[in-house]
Every structure is written in structure tokens, then in C-alpha cells.
Design a binder for this molecule. Sequence first.
Ligand SMILES: Nc1nc2c(ncn2[C@@H]2O[C@H](COP(=O)(O)OP(=O)(O)OP(=O)(O)O)[C@@H](O)[C@H]2O)c(=O)[nH]1
Ligand SMILES: [Mg+2]
Length: 428
Amino acid sequence: MHNIDQKLKRAIVAAVQLSGVSDLEFDASLIELRQLAKTLGFEVVGRFTQKRARFDSAAYFGLGKRAELRGMQGSADVILVDHEISPSQAYNLEKEVGCEVMDRTMVILEIFHRHARSRAARAQVEIARLAYMAPRLREAAKLAGPQGRQRSGVGGRGAGEAHSELDRRKIRDRIAELQKELDAMDLERRTQRTRRQERQGLARVALVGYTNAGKSTLMRALTGSEALVADKLFATLDTTVRALHPQSVPPVLVSDTVGFIKNLPHGLVASFKSTLDEALEASLLAHVVDASDPGFERQLAVTDQVLDEIGAKAVPRLLIFNKIDRAGDESGQGEREAALRAQYPACLVMSARREGDIAKLHEAIAAFFQRDLVEAELFLPWAAQKLRGEVFATCKVLEERADGEGAFLRVRGDPETVKRLRELFGRV
Ligand SMILES: Nc1nc2c(ncn2[C@@H]2O[C@H](COP(=O)(O)OP(=O)(O)OP(=O)(O)O)[C@@H](O)[C@H]2O)c(=O)[nH]1
Ligand SMILES: [Mg+2]
């Protein structure tokens, strides 16, 4: 398996700008690649680009540009290519310029690999990496031929040795084994989740959005929990679930999810689907967007697209523009906010750094779950007084009076909860 050498520190970000791609879009993507590189601990020492109608089929860059890159030998340890390139393109490019090449997919996979903590996330990432590496190992072996077996080639670094049927089978078996583990974990998770939901009611909101938008920061602020916050891409790989705090009526569970990115490797979309199931089960998606990013519209579109792909199109959304405090000086922030409100009338513009804004977000989430509440009167016989706490935890109690038989509680709650409580008290 590919391992990034600790000595590999200096990186060049490199890309072909295809004819249909605007300068703005192209630059934004390279800036993002820089951030990805930084997340991996690389120092970006240069930028190398070429305009072309299509990628060179043999080695991504054109012949002349490859010579130019070869001339830069020694100034960097790794070239990061801002596209997913084929195994043979990567192999040829690496061989020709005499420097290690990593494509965007490999960079993202490496970050996921480093950040995966839970057993499930680790297994998911390993599957994606194996699936990515398998054809590359094969290609390296094929292109290296009998003489090349000792070289350390692309992808299969140090693994130029006979990538025969045996290795292929090994990879396949390993993937199957990991998949089996995951299926077992998934079953366990589902059972736990069902239990949890039965206990706490079903109101759920999931924080979703582009990587680094501030989801975990908001998770912390909304729930008083210790979610991992970092100025890194893909800081969060596991979904965490906590109750909204202070507790609302009905109580709401908040989940933090893995961030999205442009060209998220397909293997990762598939493997993180189960993590994102949390999002699908939510009644509300709080879509967090970094309002201070000039390319926020692209981030927004990517997130919408991934949400569609995983089947979350129909889940109601609350659009949150976060980090407004970073959108220039005070007047700049005002302008940005006004523009956002005009374009997205139902959105929330805020900063996670402002307590008042967090309170507004809390209120907006609570209000969403209160919109279908009904008023009802519940009769709680004296014999069932131990269930009082349950009423107070799940409904807002508006009035209480008592007679010889028990207590009458006038409550506001969601119809399902009211029905469930009635049945519960009826049985006492
Ligand atoms: N200035 C400012 N910084 C913020 C705000 N919200 C979050 N941040 C910072 O943005 C960075 C990313 O925040 P996270 O909460 O880790 O972002 P995330 O969306 O969870 O990112 P991933 O887990 O990588 O998908 C951190 O350095 C935060 O401190 C905000 O409103 N204003
Ligand atoms: Mg996070």
C-alpha cells in the first residue's frame, strides 16, 4: 500500500485547464488542492499549469510541458495533479519527470486514511484505497515489465514485484473481508439507533455541507459537545449525534457528518453512504456554507449534487451561511449578507463566533420541529405519576390542574408523541 514518506514535503500543484473551464473555477480548484496538500503536511513550493483541449492520453500534460517539469527536478518531492488520472498516465508522467505523482483522488484518500478514527471509518477508507490501488498496481507491473520489477513505480511504490493474479485475489479477498465487517457493524448501528430513537423521539437535524464550512463548530455550539474542530479538510469522518442544548420541545438530535468536496472519489461516496444514512434519516438538513469563500456557490452546488446522489433530495433544508465575520470588513459583511438574503430568501446568515447567532440557529431548528405541534389535553392518573417526567421532557406543558383521579395537562407536542403518551397512560 502506498505510504507517504515523511520526507516528501515539497509539493507542486499542477493541472491542465481544459477549454470549457473558466479561470475562476480553475483557480478555486487549485487553491483547494493547496489546502488539501497543507492538510497532508506538504509545503507547496510551486504551481504548474497548462491550457489544453484535452488531457494528453499518455501522460496528462503535453510533451513540451513534461520536459519543462523534468527540468524542475529537484525543486519538489511530489507533483499533485488536480484531476483523477488513469494508472498509465500517472505511471508515465512519474517516469518521465522523475518525481512522484499523486492525483487529486489519491490526495483525498490519503487524508481520509489519516483522519479515520472509528473502526467503521477505517474499514470504509481501506476499501476505497484498495479499490483505487488495484488497477494501479496492475498497471505498474504491466508497464514495468520484467526489468522494471525492482523500481518503485507509481502507486505501487516498492511493489513493482509480480502483481500477479495472486495479489489481485488478495486485494479482492481483503475487500470482501472488510465489507463483511462493515455489514456487521452496520447492523449493530441500526439496532442501537432504533433503540435510541425510540427512547428520545424522532426529531433529527443533520449538519451537512462542504468540508471546512464549520459544521463541527456549529455542532459544538448547538449541543455543548466536544466535536473535533480543525482548520483542516475532512477533519470529521464519523457521524456524531448529540441532543440540542438547551433542550427544546420536542427534543431534537443533531448529527455532524463528513464534509463534501468537488470530485469526491467515487469509492468514497459509496463507502461513506452508510455514514451519511444519518443525514437521510434526519427530518431536516442544516446545509452549512462558508459565506467567506468567494467560491461558495460552487460549494453549495457540489453539496446539493451529492445530497441528490445519495437520495436526500426531498429532505427539507435550512440553508446556513456561516463565517460571515470573515467576509471582509464590516461594510463588506453587510453587503455580502444583503446579497445572500436577496438570492436565498429563506437562508440564515451567521457566524459561529457570535453567541446571538447561535441562539438564532437554535431557535430556527426548534421552530422547524414545532411547526406541526398540536395542542392537546392529557389525563395522567395518580397511579401513573412516575410518567410525569416523560410528559415534561417531550412536550411543552401549558397548564396543569388536578382532581381526585389525577392530573390534567394541557400540552403542545407533536401528534405522534401525544398519541404515544395517551396510549401509555391508557395502559396504566
Ligand atoms: N471566522 C470563523 N471561523 C469559523 C466559523 N465557523 C468555523 N470556523 C473555523 O473554520 C474551521 C473549520 O471548522 P470545522 O467546524 O472543523 O468545519 P467542518 O465543516 O466540520 O469541516 P470538516 O469536518 O473538515 O468537514 C475551524 O478552524 C473553525 O474554527 C465562523 O463562523 N467564523
Ligand atoms: Mg467537521
